[in-house]
Design a protein around this ligand. Structure first.
Ligand code: C2O
Ligand code: CU
Length: 531
């Protein structure tokens, strides 16, 4: 479809649906698109930058350059390290400090609508990158918000209506770090001893161009590429010294779930999750990292000989989706059931000193059942499938759908139950369709895990229950982190997960959705209306 036709279609959609939206509290017409074309004179930014979504040709593999979409950034005001451009196709790393007031002039220079979401940050609704605010080529959106999150690793990516998967795939993503005083006191490894690892899988044509999948059934299975890229580079190797490092991992893949482990069996020392550092480090034999999740690792190479190598791998697992390699991948490379390397660390220099792992990290505001505003109320998020589409609470996404929307009073703390029965949803759908998962494509779809992401504030996990005893589940269950702040949680088939989440400060529409981006674009997304 030509760009002008897309614009016309969107324009009609906004005009027609805009009036519907005005009848609906929390989505009034005045709040419709482009309201933030201009900066607010009363907002005094500490940091100001420009961010462009643009076309680029970048070297990724040897030979021809690859055409990508890319965020590029330019610092207008603030500390020089705020915008750190990295090689490859990903956007610059944005380094913020808690309490900073940030203004971002976002420009769309590609021939598709785009909007940018600050994944994990707690910002006012208008600043959250909801797809209803997407802007067209040549337009700009001015973001203004205060960094109100604890020190952790966050990220930003496009969140365009039904185009998030293809746009992120083509490159519209980047990392955000937030630092704060509590973290500073710990003196964690920093500068060259702090390594971001943005993990993505891609498939390339023989001419080095990005290849994506087509067709609804394939997209339902999700995209699995055959080449692992770290920070936009293939065959990533990091030269290290024999000392401690802080690794900031982000799974920036569309669908692929990693089971991360060191190849020599060294346990993983986790110091942080999606939305903050833990109270104390915890060790895991392996960590499951689903799309959009982050984990921060402490990795101490001290005592290792010069020349020694250690590889971070994705280990094979049998949980749902593990059989999907063939279906989702182009050439069937890298099925989830097999191990493959993620990144290699090679000790180049022996050094004497090393940081000690702190025994305690940061205090956390621990939420428990007694903090709930209405202890008897549970907000359900039920994962289901109907008409060969994944659904949340029996619905697929509608931009201005004001039916069956979950309304949540502002400044409350809610219990949310995320339930993945792994069966067909709806009642009375007999004939095997409503029964337990079987074989074949339908069975595989039903047994897919879903990383559920909630916009707004970070949440904590109250409980995690598996209703089916399966040997598949045994191969993943020790890799789930229960403590700390999360904004995305991987829900395996048969799981019943209770989380506790504050809805503080801001009203309006906040999305929750599957962060398997293919699923998200196919409508596995809903709004909370915080009023
Ligand atoms: Cu990372 Cu709604 O997104
Ligand atoms: Cu999903």
């Amino acid at each position: 479809m030509a760009h002008s036709e897309i614009s016309r279609r969107k324009f009609l959609q906004y005009t027609v649906l805009g009036s519907l939206a005005s009848a609906f509290p929390g989505l009034n017409k005045a709040e419709n698109r482009l309201i933030n074309k201009e900066p607010d004179k009363n907002f005094r930014p500490d940091v100001e930058l420009e961010l462009y979504a643009q076309n680029a040709e970048v070297p990724i593999l040897p030979g021809a350059h690859t055409h990508v979409y890319q965020y590029s950034g330019k610092l207008l005001k603030g500390p020089a390290h705020t915008v750190k451009t990295i090689p490859g196709y990903l956007g610059p790393i944005l380094n913020f400090e808690r309490g900073q007031k940030v203004r971002i002039f976002f420009y769309n220079r590609i021939a598709e609508p785009v909007i940018t979401h600050w994944h994990g940050l707690h910002v006012p609704q208008k600043m959250d990158g909801h797809p209803m605010y997407e802007i067209f080529n040549g337009e700009r959106f001015v973001y203004e918000f205060e960094i109100d999150n604890p020190a952790a690793t966050y990220w930003y990516h496009s969140h365009t209506h039904e185009m998030t998967a293809t746009q992120v795939y083509q490159g519209l993503a980047g990392l955000i770090t937030v630092r704060d005083a509590a973290e500073q006191k710990l003196e964690l490894p920093t500068d060259e001893y702090e390594i971001p690892l943005i993990i993505q899988d891609r498939t390339f044509t023989r001419g080095n161009q990005l290849q994506y999948l087509h067709g609804r059934h394939r997209r339902m299975m999700g995209f699995l590429g055959d080449t692992i890229l770290i920070n936009g580079q293939a065959n990533a190797t990091f030269p290290v010294k024999s000392r401690a490092y802080r690794l900031r991992l982000l799974n920036g893949s569309n669908s692929r779930i990693y089971k991360l482990g060191w190849d020599d069996g060294t346990p993983l020392t986790v110091i942080g999750t999606d939305g903050g550092l833990l109270e104390a480090p915890e060790t895991f034999p392996y960590v499951m990292l689903a799309p959009a999740e982050r984990v921060e690792l402490w990795m101490d190479f001290s005592g290792r000989e010069k020349g020694s190598e250690l590889t971070l791998q994705s280990l094979g697992y049998k949980g749902g989706g593990a059989r999907m390699g063939r279906m989702g991948g182009m050439r069937g490379g890298l099925p989830q059931g097999k191990s493959f390397p993620i990144a290699k660390f090679s000790v180049k220099e022996r050094v004497g000193e090393s940081h000690q792992l702190p025994k305690k990290l940061v205090p956390i505001r621990q939420l428990s059942a007694k903090d709930l505003t209405s202890p008897d109320r549970t907000v359900p998020i039920e994962i289901g499938m109907r008409h060969m589409l994944f659904q949340l609470n029996d619905q697929t996404f509608g931009m201005y759908d004001h039916q069956n929307i979950e309304r949540i009073p502002v400044n409350t703390i809610q219990k949310i139950r995320i339930f993945h029965e792994g069966r067909m949803s709806g009642s009375g759908r007999g004939g095997g369709m409503g029964g337990p998962r079987g074989m074949g494509m339908m069975g595989m779809m039903l047994s897919l895990p879903h990383p559920i992401h909630l916009h707004g504030q970070q949440f904590q996990i109250l409980s995690r229950k598996q209703n089916e005893s399966s040997s598949d589940y045994e191969t993943v269950k020790d890799g789930f982190i229960h403590n700390g702040w999360k904004d995305t949680v991987l829900v395996m088939p048969g799981e019943d997960i209770e989380i506790i989440k504050p809805f503080e400060d801001y009203t309006g529409l906040y999305l929750y959705h599957c962060h398997n981006l293919e699923h998200e674009d196919l409508g596995m997304m809903r709004n909370f209306d915080v009023y």
